[in-house]
Design a protein around this ligand. Structure first.
Ligand SMILES: *Cc1c(COP(=O)(O)O)cnc(C)c1O
Length: 374
C-alpha cells in the first residue's frame, strides 16, 4: 500500500459514508450534450451551488480541461471562488449585480447577468465596457427584465451604450415537460432578440437542449444533466450516472415480531427481522422524507429502509441478506447502480436537484479523475 492508499483507507475507515464523484462521467455528459447542439452552438456548464453539491473545485477544472470555456454560477462569492480556480474562463453570475458590487465583478473579471434596467445602468456607469449578460424574463417571473422594461430598452437603446453584451439570455419554466409555455417562451425570446442589438443568445438548460435545435441558440446552459440527473423525466435517462454513495453499516441486530424501529416507533416488525443501522442521516442530506420509503442495495439486492431517518442514522431491513455480507463495516449502496438519483428523489417526493445539492459534508468524498484530454 502506498502512503496515499493508506491515507485513503484510513479516511474510509473513519467515515460513515463515502461519496464517489466520477469526473470522467461529468466530462462525457458535457461532451454528449455539446454533440446534441445544432452546429455552431456551444455548451457552457452551470456549476452553481458547488456544482450541484458535487464539488465545484474538482468539477470545474475537469470541465475546463475538457474544453469548456464558459461557466455560470448563481452568486458573486461562487464566481470569485471559481475565478480562483479558472483564471481564463468566462464566468457569469446569474444572481445579478447588486448595489455595491460592481467593483467586485470588475476586480474578478466576472460577467454579471443584468436582471433589470437599474442593474444595466449601474453596469453601464461602473462596468467600464466589461462583458455582461442581459437577462429577459419570458415566463418565469423570477429574474430578468420584465416585458415593460424590455419595451423601454427597445425604445431607448442608448441605455446600452458602452455595454458589451456577451449574451442575451432567458430561462425556460417547463423545459422538462410538454407544455405550451415552451413555445410561447421561445416566441417571446425571439421577439426580445429582434428588439435588441445583435448578441449571442442563450436559452436552453439541460432539458431545453432536448426540446430541439430551435431552442439551442448560441450557448446552452446545462446543469443537472452534467451531474447525471435525468433531463427527460418519464423517459430513459440519456446521461451517465455520476455519483455513488456508500453508507457504512455500524451495527446489526435481530429483533422479534412486534418490536419497533426508530423514533416514533413507525415501523413494527411483522416477523423476526435483522436490522442494519447505517451511518447516514438527514444531517447528511438523506432526507427525512425517505423514512419508511426507499432503501439501499446490499450485496446486490434491494432492501427497504424501515423506520424514520434520524439525524445521523438510517435503519435497513437486511433479513434476506447473507449475514457475512451485511455486518459492521460493510458498505451498502444508497446511490449508484440500482438506485439512481432520480429514483431516490421520487421516493423522497422531490427532484434530483434537491437530492444532489443536499449531499452532506460529512461524507468522505472521492473524485475519480477524468482521463486526460486527447
Ligand atoms: C440552474 C440554471 C440552469 C441550469 O438548469 P438545469 O435544469 O440544471 O440544466 C440554467 N439557467 C439558469 C438561469 C439557471 O438558474
Amino acid at each position: 500500500m502506498s502512503i496515499d492508499e493508506a491515507a485513503l483507507s484510513a479516511a474510509i475507515d473513519r467515515a460513515g459514508a463515502v461519496l464517489t464523484v466520477d469526473l470522467g462521467a461529468i466530462v462525457r455528459n458535457w461532451r454528449a450534450l455539446g454533440e446534441r447542439l445544432k452546429p455552431g452552438a456551444s455548451c457552457a456548464a452551470v456549476v452553481k451551488a458547488d456544482a450541484y453539491g458535487l464539488g465545484m473545485a474538482d468539477v470545474a477544472p475537469a470541465l475546463a480541461a475538457a474544453g469548456c470555456r464558459r461557466f455560470f454560477v448563481a452568486q458573486l462569492d461562487e464566481g470569485i471562488a471559481l475565478r480562483g480556480l479558472l483564471p481564463a474562463a468566462e464566468i457569469a453570475v446569474l444572481g445579478g449585480v447588486l448595489p455595491g458590487t460592481v467593483g467586485e465583478f470588475r476586480a474578478h473579471r466576472l460577467a454579471p447577468v443584468l436582471n433589470d434596467l437599474g442593474q444595466l445602468e449601474s453596469w453601464r456607469i461602473g462596468g467600464g465596457g466589461e462583458p455582461a449578460i442581459l437577462h429577459v424574463d419570458t415566463g418565469m417571473s423570477r429574474l430578468g427584465l420584465s416585458p415593460g422594461e424590455l419595451a423601454t430598452l427597445a425604445g431607448e437603446r442608448h441605455r446600452l451604450d458602452g455595454v458589451r453584451l456577451a449574451a442575451v439570455m432567458s430561462h425556460l419554466a417547463c423545459a422538462d415537460e410538454e407544455n405550451a409555455l415552451n413555445r410561447e417562451q421561445l416566441e417571446r425570446f425571439r421577439r426580445a432578440l429582434a428588439a435588441l442589438p445583435p448578441a449571442p443568445a442563450s436559452f436552453a438548460n439541460s432539458a431545453g437542449i432536448f426540446l430541439g435545435p430551435e431552442f439551442h441558440f448560441d450557448i446552452a446552459r446545462p446543469g443537472i444533466a452534467l451531474y447525471g440527473g435525468n433531463p427527460l423525466p418519464g423517459h430513459p435517462n440519456p446521461m451517465l450516472q455520476v455519483v455513488r454513495l456508500q453508507g457504512k453499516i455500524l451495527q446489526v441486530r435481530e429483533i422479534d415480531r412486534g418490536e419497533t424501529v426508530g423514533y416514533g416507533a413507525t415501523h413494527t416488525a411483522t416477523r423476526p427481522t435483522r436490522i442494519a443501522t447505517v451511518g447516514v442521516g438527514y444531517a447528511d442530506g438523506w432526507l427525512r422524507a425517505l423514512g419508511n420509503r426507499g432503501g439501499a442495495v446490499v450485496a446486490g439486492r434491494q432492501v427497504p429502509l424501515v423506520g424514520r431517518v434520524s439525524m445521523d442514522l438510517i435503519t435497513l431491513d437486511v433479513t434476506g441478506i447473507e449475514p457475512a455480507l451485511a455486518r459492521p463495516g460493510s458498505f451498502v449502496d444508497l446511490l449508484g447502480d440500482g438506485r439512481t438519483v432520480d429514483e431516490v428523489a421520487a421516493e423522497a417526493g422531490t427532484i434530483a436537484y434537491e437530492i444532489l445539492t443536499s449531499l452532506g459534508h460529512r461524507y468522505h468524498r472521492v473524485h475519480l479523475a477524468a482521463p486526460a484530454p486527447g
